[in-house]
Every structure is written in structure tokens, then in C-alpha cells.
Design a binder for this molecule. Structure first.
Ligand code: IPE
Ligand code: IPE
Ligand code: MG
Length: 236
């Protein structure tokens, strides 16, 4: 647990990266890394809920990840299916699960499971968990721009109505507090198209641990690091 007086981030984003390297190091297929990563994901969600974090957004599959081999994409989708079947909507669960990202390229049975979980958990009072599947930050911004363009064309809004607040209201995270902390395990130090709009004043923490090895203690360390940061938001 983090020390009592630590300032907690209200909204954490996690790029769950390093599954493939974790598996290769052990001579296992990449799918084994994705499966272990999925277990860690579940545990970290529960831990965020216990800590009292308001929102957690996790990057599970990017708009670019479709370019991987068919075998790997299939194995990720199968793990997702299995997880959607077991992991959420359990009796006593208080997490509110949302899926963010494109909905036009996923298999119909996966979409049905997603809708079922969202519907079944929508009134839960706890952590808001956004799971990013077929998500890209650029795609999210383009969709918001298109929505504004259609309203402008139809005369429902004027040019001066297109503000940061309006575009923000068209993002997937409009119901969440601003992103405070963006965490990337795996040693890579890049955003890889995650939450580009929301990152404006987020604090970044990069960690050397691979996602399947990530523990509650690693999250504590990231939150403590966040608590030591001096956030200025462009002011003095
Ligand atoms: C993250 O792990 C999971 C997905 C992108 C779906 P990777 O599969 O990217 O693992 P590395 O980065 O190759 O180790
Ligand atoms: C980002 O990781 C996507 C997810 C973790 C789902 P990638 O492994 O796809 O990103 P790059 O290729 O290292 O930038
Ligand atoms: Mg990767």
C-alpha cells in the first residue's frame, strides 16, 4: 500500500507492454505472455479499486496491433474472449467497465460480450475501468473532429462552438477525471498512440519491468513517484 498521506492520481493510464519479451525470455510462445499479462491486468484493476483510484484506462490492443501476425492477433482475441467471459460481471463486483476504441473491426461475439459487461456494470459505484481495444489516440481525435464537422455542416453548432471543451466531450474519457498519471512498463519510453488528447498535462512514469512481471508494489512505486512531482499546468 502507498503511505497514507500520498497524493493519489485520480485517473491512471497504463500501457500494458512487454508481454512478448516476457515470453521470449522464457522460451514460451508470445501468447503465454499475453495470458500472464491478462492475469496481472485483473489484479491491478482490483488493486486500483482498493486504493480508491477513480478511473483506470488500460491499453490492451491498439489500432496498429492488427498489423501483427494473424496467429498473434487471434491469440490476443481469444484471451480477450476468455477474460470477458470470466473476469467481470461477477457477483459483488463494484468496478464499472467500459470499452474504448473502434467498434467496427472486432468479432461480433466479442462486441456482444463487451456490451453485456458494460450494461451489467454501468451502475457500479467503484472504479471506472476503461479497457482500450482497437484504440488509437489519433483515431479518437479524428472521430471527435468528424462529429463536430457534421454538426457544423448541419447548422447545429457554429464555428465558435468548437472549443477544447466540446472536443473533450467527444472523447471516450469525457466521463472521467483528467488523466493524471501515465504509466508505461517494459522499458520503452514512448506513447504509441495512447491517449494523445488526454496526455496534455499527465505525469509520465516509465518503468523497466515487463508487464507480466508488474506487481502491486510497482504500482505503489509509480504512485509515490507521482506524489513527488511538482505539477504546474503551465502556471508559475
Ligand atoms: C503488449 O505486449 C500487448 C499488446 C501490444 C497486445 P507486446 O506484445 O507489445 O510485447 P513486447 O513489447 O513485444 O514485449
Ligand atoms: C502499445 O504497445 C500497445 C499496447 C500495449 C496495447 P506496442 O508494443 O504495440 O507499441 P510499440 O510498437 O512498442 O510502439
Ligand atoms: Mg510492445
Amino acid at each position: 500500500m502507498v503511505p497514507r498521506n500520498t497524493v493519489l492520481p485520480r485517473h491512471i493510464g497504463i500501457i500494458m507492454d512487454g508481454n512478448g519479451r516476457w515470453a521470449s525470455k522464457r522460451g514460451l510462445p508470445r501468447s503465454a505472455g499475453h495470458a500472464k499479462g491478462a492475469d496481472v491486468f485483473r489484479d491491478i484493476c482490483r488493486y486500483c479499486e482498493q486504493l480508491g483510484i477513480e478511473a483506470l484506462t488500460t491499453y490492451a490492443f491498439s489500432t496498429e496491433n492488427w498489423t501483427r501476425s494473424k496467429d498473434e492477433v487471434d491469440s490476443i482475441m481469444n484471451i480477450l474472449r476468455r477474460y470477458l467471459k470470466d473476469a467481470f460481471g461477477l457477483e459483488g463486483e463494484t468496478i464499472r467497465v467500459r470499452f474504448i476504441g473502434r467498434r467496427d473491426r472486432l468479432a461480433p461475439d466479442i462486441l456482444d460480450l463487451m456490451n453485456e459487461i458494460e450494461e451489467g456494470s454501468k451502475d457500479n459505484p467503484g472504479l471506472i475501468l476503461n479497457i482500450a481495444v482497437d484504440y488509437g489516440g489519433r483515431d479518437e481525435i479524428v472521430s471527435a473532429a468528424k462529429r463536430a464537422a457534421v454538426l457544423l455542416r448541419d447548422g447545429e453548432i457554429k464555428e465558435e462552438d468548437i472549443t477544447e471543451e466540446l472536443i473533450d466531450s467527444y472523447t471516450f474519457t469525457s466521463c472521467c477525471p483528467p488523466l493524471d498519471l501515465l504509466l508505461r512498463p517494459s522499458g520503452e519510453q514512448r506513447i504509441s498512440n495512447f491517449m494523445l488528447w488526454q496526455c496534455a498535462y499527465a505525469e509520465f512514469v516509465y518503468m523497466d519491468v515487463l508487464w507480466p512481471d508488474f506487481t502491486r508494489k510497482d504500482l505503489d512505486a509509480a504512485i509515490e513517484e507521482f506524489g513527488r512531482r511538482n505539477r504546474r499546468f503551465g502556471g508559475r
